[in-house]
Ligand binder design. Sequence first.
Ligand SMILES: *Cc1c(COP(=O)(O)O)cnc(C)c1O
Length: 576
Amino acid sequence: MVSVMEMNMAQRRITQERIRKKERRIAYLSMEIGIAPKMPTYSGGLGVLAGDTIKSAADLKVPVVAVTLIYKKGYFRQEIDEKGRQHELPCEWNPRKFMKMRPQTVEVHIEGRPVKVQAWEYRVRGATGYTVPVFFLDTDIEGNSEYDRSLVYHLYGGDEKYRLAQEIILGIGGVRIIRELGYQHIRRYHMNEGHSSLLTLELLRQKEITDPDSLQVDEIRKMCIFTTHTPIPAGHDQFSYRLARKVLGDFLPIKIIKAFGGKDNLNMTRLALNLSRYVNGVAKEHQRVSREMFPGYQIDSITNGVHAWTWTSDSFRDLLSRFIPGWKHAPLSLRYAISLPDDEIWNAHVEAKRKLIDYVNATTDAEMDPEVITIGFARRATAYKRADLLFMDMAKLRRIARKVGKMQFIYAGKAHPKDTAGKKLIRKILSKARELKGEIEIVYLEDYNMRLARLLVSGVDVWLNTPRRPREASGTSGMKAALNGVPSLSSLDGWWIEGCIEGMTGWAIGSLGTEIPSDEESAKSLYYKLEREVIPTFYYDRKTWVEMMRLCIAINGSFFNTHRMVHQYMVSAYTQ
Ligand SMILES: *Cc1c(COP(=O)(O)O)cnc(C)c1O
């Protein structure tokens, strides 16, 4: 027999759950979300940013529900052979270990076929216990065809049709399933990049709006927020209307799709721009470039951040917690890092560095020396990031190592399976590493991921970043380094234009003139800074070095975090 009290309690739980769902006002949709190192549902910065955003939303009790896809074979596991060739291995994992499948299903139509969509629920618990649910959509379920089941296997795999089908699942399936799961009061839909912008069409369809000039379109616009993440035209998804018609079917009259999605192609960025009340770029420079790319649209800027606790090494977590109680929940208070004692900062760094060097020496045949200045470079291997800039003038590089001071370098990063230029970069770095063996120790670590990222950004002495301006919309790994007191040596692009105080938070490669510096000029500036600033300061002016570390945390750590960023989204986008 169930007692009356137990029944009452069960009833109360259900009511509370209902209230909680009612309170959820913001849906956040992203093609990738990187939230736990063991869940390979991300490829790089975009996904990691999404994960960090959700963690901060949970800490700040922002009523968000997040949606993405499950990617049962992950992005891929990277192996690099002795010739420097990248091999891509499937990364099978078991979602059941981390989350629960919800029983509700919805249907979307792909090429006229009904496809069932179900969701795994992962809960991100914030600092005070408030949780944000993240729904990982799954079509690999009974009743769906082989092909439709495969649509949730690979992140950024397959052809255009595969990609469009995934975007149907995310944008259209996403809106439908959160409603089906009981979240009936969503007021804002935040598109983290254009991949999810079909959600705008689903909202039009639900309101039965078939005339692009209808005043009701504004009601949809009021609900939509769009964050663009790349100034590279190829980074903006476009599909031919031939394909769109075939895959989307008669989802909406083509007239209305073309009115918002573009005349000649279905352009996911245009679609989001045309149907969002609030649009932003992810750094000030990126806002400027986006306005040039898309004249006629109002584009604001909210500079990216990182989740402070997630990216700080154990030793710095301890140190900061001793001197700045509460920094974990309020990274703004990292400004008080300004009074951290020198020896404490240095000891925390030495410990993080030792962990990294131990890892490198254990997993590769390198013999890295913890006393030698260690410079790190890790991010997606793709041409514009110029991982090979350091090797432009080998004689110069050798001379610096011989005359000014010993250096060692740690590289990591995956190339997209179809990015042949990116793969070539990996081969080149490995071949340069062999050439320099005995003079400059260089390793390329396999399988860059979030776990390795934390080890690297906290364990190196300097974080190197060399994108070709203005391709790096923001960049976030340098922000992670700053939280660990690690200064950046970076070309002036993305966040670094805002974060660089020369000789204090790091060093700029090149200057911020109107002319974009050539690769040769950038390399020259890189050598100059290594020779005159970075290496001499590290070996001969430890006091200044530690002062720089302190300023990295106090000035940049306190600002370039997702708590500050989410606050800005609240003020400018979510509550407007
Ligand atoms: C932070 C992070 C990135 C982004 O690095 P950028 O320097 O901004 O390109 C990419 N991959 C992983 C695994 C990360 O943790």
